[in-house]
Design a protein around this ligand. Sequence first.
Ligand code: PGA
Length: 265
Amino acid sequence: MKRKKIVVGNWKMNMTMDQSNSLIKELKSISENDVEIKIAPSFTNLHNAVLLGQLSSSNGQYIEVVAQNIHSEERGAYTGEISAEMLKSIGVKSVIIGHSERRKYFNETDSILSKKVKTAIKYNIGVIFCVGEELSERENNNHFNVIKDQISIGLFDLDAYEINKVVIAYEPVWAIGTGKTANSNQIQEMHEFIRELVKDKFDHLRNKSTNDSAASESLRILYGGSVKPNNAKEIFSLQDVDGGLIGGASLNFADFSTIIKAANG
Ligand code: PGA
């Protein structure tokens, strides 16, 4: 099955409103249609991003807007937090959940993340669910167990159709913002492992009589961690890599557009 590639720019805590608006306008000029382009600006820039990225367009290029976070509860006394319903009401289509920076600096545990996933999906917001091992976990040869736990606690509460709303991003923590990338073998074997986990859990639950394609076959698995213009093509050519989650290199048009082009075709 051919899966359409996705390239997501995770802008983290960068960009003023003007900077965000002008980068989105530049991205709209890209004519690659074989790639789904998504951006995750900060909360203050989301609404403008929706208006610029998802609505008006001269060449038809659609830039999907993704939130960087969501609260697990639907509403209430949680000062400073943002709910699924609020995101939905301004047209945000999906949300990043489980990024290693949220796990590390904001103490988000697997069980909190699992609640966030449930809440997002209840409101029909797509999920980009991030998993990844620390360097010490890889050195101790524990990386497959770590990823298995993160995925099973985070996603295995979903049913065989809800999982369609999820994209998984494999981001080894030691590769994020460090300039180090996992090598092609490490990436491909982990992506294959992740697809296998989803297959074992969900594929047999699908209704064979309606000819649903298997959850694991349509699942998009992105790689993240120091994807740059000079390594994107090789990474995106791996069999189980369906695109990338890009941090630093998504902040300027030249690098980000080169990476998007590398995902085309
Ligand atoms: P990086 O970040 O591309 O700057 O390594 C990736 C991410 O955190 O999603």
